[in-house]
Design a protein around this ligand. Structure first.
Ligand SMILES: Cc1cc2nc3c(=O)[nH]c(=O)nc-3n(C[C@H](O)[C@H](O)[C@H](O)COP(=O)(O)OP(=O)(O)OC[C@H]3O[C@@H](n4cnc5c(N)ncnc54)[C@H](O)[C@@H]3O)c2cc1C
Length: 317
């Protein structure tokens, strides 16, 4: 998983120091509990994100941080989503790590913040005042070249108020009986993200029944980012399942073609299972071999992550 402040605090694999795992044969082992190690591969990471397919995590030790003493927020607008992505890249590559760095395309800037004519970038940070001020100075220097600061405090206040609301992807649409909305998040390099954004939106909107696809960049790194798409369709109620799988097929075909990560933080479960082998390529056999070694009877979460199941074809395949 990845929290909304992950650009400062990291994703779950950055936070887990150690785990205790019960294996399929009932044995138990502790993995990790060091700041860093060079004793073979990091077996702790084998279990983080394995979605219960390799063992059951029965306890975990997590890194924590002091409560923040200081916080600031800024908002800027960009003519194109690609220009906004490039600004995010520049901020990260200059060494700033603002806790929140979220870039919304025009549709979402309109529905979430009332700024439909721009691609809105929200930057917010918290923690030690000197570090926060330095991060925000870097962000302001990068963004001000593209235009004046927006109504930052109002944008930030609205984000704080609404960030936990479920169903944001339906905002701006009037759901009828055949309305379907969902989200699909992924990750790719800064180089590939502008094309991935354009192609996923085009592929989803080419599926009959789609109302609109949109996205925001939600979690950023020096080398790439997560883009979180929202998908909406309106079809005959009995066609909802067909439309839903068609848009997931269309979007994931783009991700596989770009060798993007199918998911940045939601995981794969059953829904993304059909795309995992294509995404991992020859590496999928390695994953299968690890699964066979750790769970020879196939009893741990069968069918998740695209792995075969002795109990038959998994649902949603
Ligand atoms: C409204 C909404 C908002 C969300 N927002 C975010 C977000 O901001 N960031 C984010 O990262 N994710 C987000 N998610 C996705 C969320 O991270 C996943 O749904 C996550 O897997 C939830 O964990 P859970 O334990 O509740 O689910 P579960 O379905 O119980 O578990 C998920 C998987 O892990 C396995 N599992 C559970 N416990 C263990 C264990 N002890 N050992 C081994 N395997 C285990 C389960 O078998 C299952 O396959 C959101 C989901 C929803 C519905």
């Amino acid at each position: 998983g990845a929290g909304q402040l992950s650009t400062r605090y990291g994703k779950i694999e950055d936070m887990v120091v150690g785990v205790d795992v019960v294996h399929a044969d009932g044995t138990r082992a502790t993995y990790g509990d060091y700041a860093r190690a060079a004793v073979g591969p990091d077996l702790r990471q084998l279990f983080i994100g394995s979605e219960g397919t390799l063992g059951v995590i029965v306890s975990a030790r997590l890194r924590v941080h002091p409560l923040p003493e200081y916080a600031r927020a800024l908002a800027y607008g960009f003519d194109t989503f690609a220009e906004g992505l490039d600004a995010c890249r520049a901020i990260l590559q200059r060494g700033a790590t603002p806790a929140v760095l979220r870039l919304y395309d025009k549709l979402e800037s309109g529905t979430h913040f009332g700024h439909p004519d721009t691609n809105l970038l929200l930057i917010a940070d918290e923690g030690d005042a000197a570090v926060v001020d330095a991060s925000m100075d870097v962000a302001a220097a990068v963004c001000s070249a593209h235009g004046p600061e927006l109504d930052s405090e109002a944008v930030f206040a609205r984000w704080l108020d609404e960030r936990m609301l479920v169903g944001k992807s339906s905002d701006g649409f009037t759901p009828g009986p055949g309305f379907v909305a969902d989200t699909l998040e992924m990750a790719a390099s800064w180089r590939d993200l502008p094309a991935v954004y354009d192609e996923v939106v085009a592929a989803v909107e080419a599926v009959p029944g789609t109302l609109a696809a949109s996205a925001h960049q939600s979690h950023a790194y020096t080398d790439g980012a997560c883009v979180y798409f929202s998908l909406r369709g309106e079809v005959a109620p009995e066609d909802r399942r067909t439309w839903y799988r068609a848009v997931w097929d269309a979007a994931n075909a783009v991700l596989v073609a770009h060798r993007a990560a199918l998911s940045h933080h939601h995981g794969c479960g059953l829904l993304r299972g059909p795309y995992v082998a294509d995404s991992l390529g020859a590496g999928f056999a390695t994953f299968g071999a690890v699964k066979a070694a750790l769970d020879p009877a196939g009893i741990l979460n069968p069918g998740k992550l695209g792995l075969s199941s002795r109990f038959g074809t998994p649902p949603l395949s």
